[in-house]
Design a protein around this ligand. Structure first.
Ligand code: SD4
Length: 290
């Protein structure tokens, strides 16, 4: 049995993870496999936290955030983009075809059309109905594990042991217009150092950004912590700030250069997928609030 390739991703996105794993087995680069994998959820209209079918902001606009990072340490991101489904692929275009790392809003959208991406309506009938229902009360309270929490973050290791990753989301449901979360922020929603390992985050993005969670995990692994220990330390930075963590969920998933995997979250319920040796399995994460 060979250790590589490996694909892991947040939540029970079996099809997305299998897609990445199979691409890796067919010698795809780590980054292309991750982008192909997450595209399954970007295109899945039943996933109301990623891509097409994503929950809109409070004004009814579906705005997407995504980033990618490759094994050379190059990265790209798009923030608050409308009308484009495959925003992780778009983030790769920013990385490869512009002198920049991030493009936001209309600029990102125009760049997408110039690159041949299709203009699409991202608000589905179902998410429009749910938004109209939400407007009756307009209460904004993030719900742990459900509704607000199905972002896909993926880490891949190819046949040569090189790592990459992608993170893509529609962000928190009914967020303020223009709000950006952790998912497109390199070092927060995603970070890869091909010498050390990588990490991805899902959950209440504001808290991940405040603690630069994914970068923190990779740096802790650099200092000798296992992926599991590093994820636990990153969660501890958040929960040690006081009781507010009771109202939100954050989950981290990490992999080191040896292919060891760790995950930790605040509240029970986070799962992740692992593809290795041709097998695609769902795993439960350990959690803090017992
Ligand atoms: C955000 N981290 O925008 C994302 C939300 C998320 O599943 O993970 N949803 O803050």
């Amino acid at each position: 049995t060979s250790k590589f390739p490996i694909a892991i991703c947040t939540w029970g996105f079996a099809e997305a993870n299998a897609k990445a794993g199979e691409a890796l087995s067919n010698n795809s680069s780590a980054l292309d496999a991750a982008i192909e994998g997450v595209a399954v959820e970007e295109e899945n209209i039943k996933n109301t936290t990623v891509g097409k079918g994503g929950t809109p902001d409070r004004d009814g606009n579906v705005t997407l955030d995504a980033c990618v990072m490759n094994s050379d340490g190059d990265c790209g991101a798009v923030l608050c983009v409308e009308n484009i489904t495959n925003v992780a692929a778009l983030a790769k275009k920013v990385m490869e075809d512009t002198p920049h790392v991030m493009l936001a809003g209309k600029g990102a959208e125009e760049f997408a059309y110039a690159q041949g991406f299709k203009k699409e309506e991202l608000l589905t009938e179902a998410s429009k109905k749910a938004w109209e229902k939400w407007k009756e009360t307009s209460k904004y309270k993030p719900i742990i594990n459900i509704e607000n929490h199905d972002t896909i973050g993926m880490l891949t290791m190819d046949n040569n042991g090189n790592m990459a990753g992608a993170c893509t989301t529609s962000g928190l449901g009914y967020k303020m217009k223009g709000r950006i979360g952790d998912s497109p922020i390199i070092g927060s929603g995603l970070f890869i150092d091909n010498k050390i390992g990588g990490a991805v985050a899902t959950g209440m993005g504001e808290e991940v950004v405040k603690t630069v969670g994914s970068f923190l995990i990779v740096e802790l692994m650099r200092q000798g912590k296992s992926p599991q220990e590093a994820c636990e330390e990153a969660i501890s930075r958040i929960v040690s700030k006081g009781n507010r963590y009771k109202d939100f969920q954050i989950a981290y998933l990490a992999m080191n250069k040896a292919g060891d995997i760790g995950s930790y979250c605040i509240h029970k319920g986070f799962t992740y997928m692992k593809y290795q040796d041709g097998k695609n399995e769902q795993n439960q994460s350990d959690y803090y609030n017992k």
